[in-house]
Ligand binder design. Structure first.
Ligand code: SF4
Length: 194
């Protein structure tokens, strides 16, 4: 006897090797719309595709960043178009331009107010190294005061380079890369400097 014991004729199905045909069909159907993953991976997938950037534009790089957001280069294609001007509503700080020593405590303060998990892209030579401002009043790289995940080279970087930086950050998030620069970061004590 190889008929299943369904309660009605409509639900009855033939059994093959212990699995009813109906079950096999259901399994096949489920494969067409369901997939399995790890919780960590699905969270990382959502996180990388919904970055909320806060632009910290201080100079010419800031102008270049605007074109990244515009319709031609369209950062929205990568899910990062929801620009916020409040650090409390952003998780990606894009520093675009020259940062002076006087500005550094403000940058740190803004970084501290952002939501965790948070990320930083340093856009351009000035933000990354002081650029050609080899001067006492210019911070020689924002990584001296906040943790930076991605440095985008250029003066200014092209919009394509900035997009590449965002994609690099997305890969970092998706693959759960360790971030010792972030984990070991301590805020500089500007109060002590007077
Ligand atoms: S890196 Fe070049 S383009 Fe960007 S802010 Fe500095 S001088 Fe301007």
């Amino acid at each position: 006897m190889n008929a299943s014991t369904g309660s009605t004729a409509a639900s009855a199905s033939t059994s093959v090797g212990g699995t009813s045909v109906k079950d096999a069909q259901l399994e096949e159907l489920s494969r067409s719309f369901a997939f399995t993953t790890r919780l960590d991976d699905i969270i990382a997938w959502g996180r990388k595709n919904s970055l909320w950037p806060m632009p910290y534009g201080t100079a010419c790089c800031g102008i270049e960043l605007m074109s990244v957001m515009g319709p031609k280069y369209d950062l929205a294609r990568f899910g990062a178009e929801v620009v916020r001007f409040s650090p409390r509503q952003a998780d990606l700080l894009i520093v675009a331009g020259t940062i002076t020593e006087k500005m550094a405590p403000i940058l740190v303060h803004i970084y501290q107010q952002m939501l965790d998990p948070k990320y930083v892209i340093s856009m351009g030579a000035c933000a990354s190294s002081g650029g050609f401002y080899r001067a006492y009043h210019v911070l020689q790289g924002i990584d001296k005061v906040i943790p930076v995940d991605v440095f985008v080279p250029g003066c200014p970087p092209t919009p394509e380079a900035v997009l590449d930086g965002v994609l690099a950050l997305q890969r970092l998030i998706a693959t759960h890369q360790p971030r010792p620069w972030k984990d070991n970061w301590k805020a500089p004590d500007y109060a002590q400097l007077g």
